[in-house]
Design a binder for this molecule. Structure first.
Ligand SMILES: [Zn+2]
Ligand SMILES: [Zn+2]
Length: 126
C-alpha cells in the first residue's frame, strides 16, 4: 500500500500535494463559514473542552466499535476524533447546544487495514 503523494485539483487541474486542498481554489475559512455557518461549532472553545469530557465519559473507547483510543495518533496530533451526534447544522439558533457533552461522540480514526469510525465506518446509530 503506497500513500498518494499528490492529487489533481478538480477545479483548476493543477497538481496539489496529498492531503492539501488547492491553494488557488480552496475557499477561505471566512467563505467557508459564510456558506456553512454551523462550522463555527467546531471552533467553539466549549467543543474543545467538552470533547475531553466526552472522551472520559466514553471510558477512552471509540463509541462505535469500542476500540481503545489511547495512543491512536491522528494526523492533527490527536489520538482520536470527536463529532457532533446531532449535526451542528441543526443548532443554528443555539450553537452552544451542539457542543454540549451530551451531543458529542468520540470515534477512532483510520488505522492500517481498517477504516476508522470517524471516517464513516461506524455502526448505524441505535
Ligand atoms: Zn485548483
Ligand atoms: Zn471505532
Amino acid at each position: 500500500m503506497s500513500a498518494r503523494l499528490a492529487h489533481i485539483c478538480p477545479t483548476c487541474r493543477r497538481i496539489v500535494p496529498a492531503r492539501q486542498s488547492c491553494a488557488r481554489c480552496a475557499p477561505t475559512e471566512a467563505e467557508r463559514l459564510e456558506a456553512q455557518p454551523f462550522r463555527r461549532a467546531y471552533r467553539d472553545p466549549a467543543y474543545r473542552r467538552n470533547r475531553l469530557q466526552r472522551y472520559e465519559l466514553a471510558g477512552g473507547r471509540c463509541e462505535s466499535c469500542g476500540v481503545e483510543l489511547k495512543g491512536r495518533i491522528h494526523p492533527d496530533g490527536e489520538p482520536w476524533q470527536s463529532d457532533h451526534h446531532v449535526p451542528a447544522s441543526a443548532f443554528l439558533a443555539l450553537p452552544e447546544l451542539a457542543s454540549a457533552v451530551e451531543n458529542l461522540r468520540v470515534y477512532c480514526t483510520t488505522r492500517p487495514g481498517r477504516r476508522g469510525c470517524h471516517a464513516g465506518a461506524r455502526k448505524p446509530a441505535s
